[in-house]
Ligand binder design. Structure first.
Ligand SMILES: C[S@@+](CC[C@H](N)C(=O)[O-])C[C@H]1O[C@@H](n2cnc3c(N)ncnc32)[C@H](O)[C@@H]1O
Length: 272
């Protein structure tokens, strides 16, 4: 049993899961043989997938620091959180603003099983975890844990990183983001990263096939399609860009990273 009373047999170890494959890419330990096999197949056709995952995490850390620092946001809603990976978003946000409040959400029972690691925040701040599917945005917004943790009359930075490529068109991904942002007040932010075929289309045909064989739908989107998620919002400089080019730290060397090795678009935008 885990801290949440989840029995190990509630975790499906017969087929790969995206959270556990991502844990493999980040050299974590919280995945099973079936995940390692599928992730190793991806690595075979896309050798820089681990760098992609690290660059994605780097963007999340810089964007969170910027939101808590320059933008002065004190409330965060992170959907599609993934298996805890240090530093987690609340550690980055509370490193800047110890009173920051963070609500995490994921639909995979493995994330719920390890959620305790997401709940060890500062005494001044607060964190909570909601087990929910992003395809049911109302359930996330109405969840008791969220309502008790966040004040929805004040700005919230909502992050959906490396999540919407798992949401196909028929699940209406743009409407989901709009519904979530509609529930947040003016001055709120959207932070999003998304895989793209723009730089290496042949690689993505192979990667998507491996996910599909594993029963995981995967939809890459072009820069303009990713920009569509930010419609009606004010993009923060440098706009929808490659994650390594989004406000790099002084000692980063984004020019040394090839676009076709990362294959991602990233952005942060403010709700007017
Ligand atoms: C690639 S991981 C990204 C983790 C983290 N956001 C990051 O960027 O480092 C994608 C996460 O989205 C979650 N996920 C996939 N489909 C989901 C859905 N329909 N609702 C909620 N979470 C979902 C997976 O369980 C996984 O933890």
């Amino acid at each position: 049993m885990t801290d949440y009373g989840l029995a190990p047999d509630q975790i499906d170890t017969t087929k790969p899961h995206s959270a556990r494959m991502y844990d493999y890419y980040l050299n974590g330990k919280d995945h099973y043989e079936v995940d390692a096999q599928a992730a190793a197949k991806v690595l075979g056709v896309y050798p820089t997938v681990k760098l992609n995952a690290r660059v994605n995490r780097g963007f999340i850390h810089r964007a969170t620091r910027w939101l808590a620092g320059e933008a002065g946001v004190r409330q965060f809603l992170d959907i599609g959180t993934g298996i805890p990976t240090e530093p987690n978003l609340h550690q980055v946000a509370q490193g800047v603003a110890p009173d920051a409040r963070v609500v995490y959400t994921d639909n995979d029972p493995i994330v719920l099983a390890y959620a305790q690691a997401l709940l060890n925040g500062t005494p001044e701040g607060r964190t909570a975890y909601v087990q929910a599917d992003v395809r049911e945005p109302r359930r996330i917004i109405n969840a008791g844990e969220l309502q008790e943790t966040l004040d929805l009359s004040k700005p919230v930075a909502m992050s959906v990183n490396a999540l919407f490529h798992f949401i196909p068109e028929e699940a209406k991904p743009y409407e989901i983001v709009r519904e979530l942002m509609d529930a947040l007040p003016s001055g709120s932010y959207l932070m999003l990263t998304h895989s793209t075929h723009d730089f290496s289309a042949e690689t993505w045909v192979k990667v998507i096939e491996i996910y599909k064989e594993s029963g995981i739908p995967f939809t890459t989107r072009s820069q303009s399609e990713v920009a569509g998620f930010f419609e009606g919002l004010e993009l923060v400089e440098p706009g929808v860009s490659e994650p390594q080019h989004w406000k790099p730290d002084a000692d980063d060397r984004p020019e040394d990273i090839r676009s076709a090795d990362i294959n991602m678009w990233a952005g942060v935008a403010r709700k007017p």
